[in-house]
Design a protein around this ligand. Structure first.
Ligand code: GRF
Length: 222
């Protein structure tokens, strides 16, 4: 177990939207408390109307809003965001639908303690509209990925992936719903690994329990 200053891993979640992944994390921590070695210290959004903020308030979690439009450029916003995160004493920063491209300075500042979830089996389908793209490609499976964030958008070392079969009658909406359900399983799992000191970022990728994970990370196939 790493020596987190507060005795447990302080997590700060960044989001711009619904916050269903935040809710999954809240629920998984609540279910396992007090044994779970992580606490969500704060939820920060660039959008005051993000539904995820209400989910945080309902769970008694501190919130903050930083409107990116109020800053002269990306660097200025990211600097203010980092100050806000650091003031909450974050050990781990969890991107959960945070719809902002992060500057190199920001990403480097949080190297090894910045996780993202993406709705595809990376390295397939970086960027948006992943479900539609998987269908159009005629793929037989699809899924989601948790990865450490590096300077390459959706390109950092993979931690865990969940793969599901694509059904013949799937449309993007149905597929998205099933992928989302998997996201809610693998993101809390990855956060827990980190909080337990089992997961870290090494020079050659993500390390779990002292072993480098392969190119797909830890793969869960259903
Ligand atoms: C998820 O699909 C996640 O993969 C992507 O953003 C979405 C966030 O969904 N990065 P929610 O706000 O957690 O429901």
């Amino acid at each position: 177990m790493p020596a987190f200053t507060s005795g447990h891993c302080n997590v700060v979640v960044l989001l711009s939207g619904t916050g269903s992944n935040l809710q999954a994390l809240i629920d998984s921590i609540a279910q396992a408390a007090p044994a779970y070695p992580a606490r969500i210290r704060a939820v920060i959004s660039n959008r005051a109307d993000a539904l995820g903020l209400q989910k945080a308030r309902d769970a008694g979690i501190a919130t903050a809003v930083l409107d990116h439009k109020a800053y002269v450029d990306r660097e200025a916003f990211d600097q203010a965001l980092a100050e806000c995160i650091d003031n909450f004493g974050a050990d781990l920063v969890v991107l959960a639908g945070f719809m902002r491209i992060l500057s190199v300075t920001f990403v480097r500042h949080y190297e090894g303690r910045l996780l993202n979830i993406h709705p595809s089996l990376l390295p397939l389908y970086k960027g948006l509209h992943t479900h539609q793209r998987a269908l159009e490609a005629g793929d037989r499976e699809h899924g989601c990925s948790v990865h450490f964030v590096t300077e390459e958008l959706d390109g950092g070392p993979l931690v865990v992936q969940a793969a599901i079969p694509i059904q013949a009658d799937d449309d993007a909406q149905r597929l998205a719903a099933r992928v989302h359900a998997r996201e809610h399983q693998i993101y809390p799992l990855a956060v827990r690994w980190f909080a337990e000191g089992r997961l870290s970022l090494g020079a050659q990728g993500a390390i779990l329990d002292g072993q480098y994970l392969g190119a797909s990370g830890h793969l869960i196939r259903t």
